[in-house]
Ligand binder design. Structure first.
Ligand SMILES: Cc1cc2nc3c(=O)[nH]c(=O)nc-3n(C[C@H](O)[C@H](O)[C@H](O)COP(=O)(O)OP(=O)(O)OC[C@H]3O[C@@H](n4cnc5c(N)ncnc54)[C@H](O)[C@@H]3O)c2cc1C
Length: 243
């Protein structure tokens, strides 16, 4: 045994760190606040560096069979701007497929579910503590109180529609992006859209209505989906990143 590590968060970062440390001979415990893997999210676009990291973790071949290796970037009117079909460029991997594959290779009992990590002191003793509890990390706030989130002034909306498809695309408009991707969790299709915000909540609302009024998303999506609107909208969140 090389050492002991406690990891807060069973997201992509936490599980990848757990896989890596376990493979290197560390004894690892992961503390996740939820009772199971998160089912949120649809498809992640992974660029070659991310794919190379998955190869080093030994899980790229398992994900190869469920990943999308092609996709399209569209103009707002639905015309194709570029086709991403070459091996070695971006790949689309379902968030749940990625999380489940990362989890599957860990020794039984590594993840303690329903186990929130509110502060480093509340965690078991270990040589290393890894704060992988997401963008609103409670551990980072305790360990680095001066760290602040920076508002990226982009807002994202995600809707779910009952469509059968294995294709994904992104349509790039002026200041707006609309995309569609298969979503295993919803047995349907996710329809994320994002737009820059101006200052504060009022700006976010303006972005939301401007996305609707320019019709960027619907125009692009009619190329390969029925004209019905998304069945339900599952949330809107401002993208933020640690400074
Ligand atoms: C709209 C959108 C689209 C994106 N698209 C892409 C993409 O195409 N490709 C890409 O690579 N990235 C994409 N990203 C970014 C990607 O989602 C994140 O980089 C990634 O999820 C970060 O992983 P993480 O493990 O650090 O955090 P998270 O995925 O947030 O995981 C954190 C985990 O910690 C747990 N947790 C939180 N607090 C505690 C606590 N106190 N105690 C215990 N557990 C806790 C949470 O429940 C969760 O399981 C996108 C992000 C957004 C918002």
């Amino acid at each position: 045994m090389r050492g002991t590590a406690v990891i807060a968060g069973a997201g992509i970062a936490g599980l990848a760190a757990a896989r890596s440390l376990t493979a290197a001979g560390w004894e690892v415990q992961v503390h996740e606040r939820h009772p199971q893997l998160s089912t949120a999210g649809t498809l992640l676009g992974l660029w070659p560096a991310a794919w190379a990291a998955l190869e080093r973790l030994g899980i790229a071949s398992a994900l190869e069979t469920v990943s999308l290796s092609s996709g399209e970037l569209l103009r707002p009117d639905g015309r194709v701007l570029v086709r991403l079909a070459l091996p070695g460029t971006t790949r689309g991997v379902g968030r749940m497929d990625l999380l489940e594959t990362l989890l599957a290779g860990l020794p039984e009992g590594t993840v303690r579910w329903s186990s929130p990590a509110s502060s480093p002191a509340a965690l078991p003793d270990a040589d290393v503590v890894v704060a992988a509890d997401g963008v609103h990390s409670a551990l980072r706030a305790r360990a680095f109180p001066a760290a602040r989130l920076r508002d990226a002034r982009v807002v994202a909306f995600r809707g779910v529609a009952p469509l059968e498809t294995r294709e994904g695309f992104e349509a790039w408009g002026a200041g707006l992006i609309f995309g569609r991707a298969p979503s295993r969790a919803a047995a349907a299709t996710g329809t994320p859209a994002s737009a820059p915000t101006s200052r504060g909540p009022a700006g976010r609302m303006r972005s939301r209505s401007s996305a609707r009024s320019t019709g960027t998303g619907p125009r692009a999506s009619t190329r390969c989906s029925p004209p019905s609107p998304p069945r339900r909208w599952t949330g809107a969140a401002s993208r933020t990143s640690p400074r």
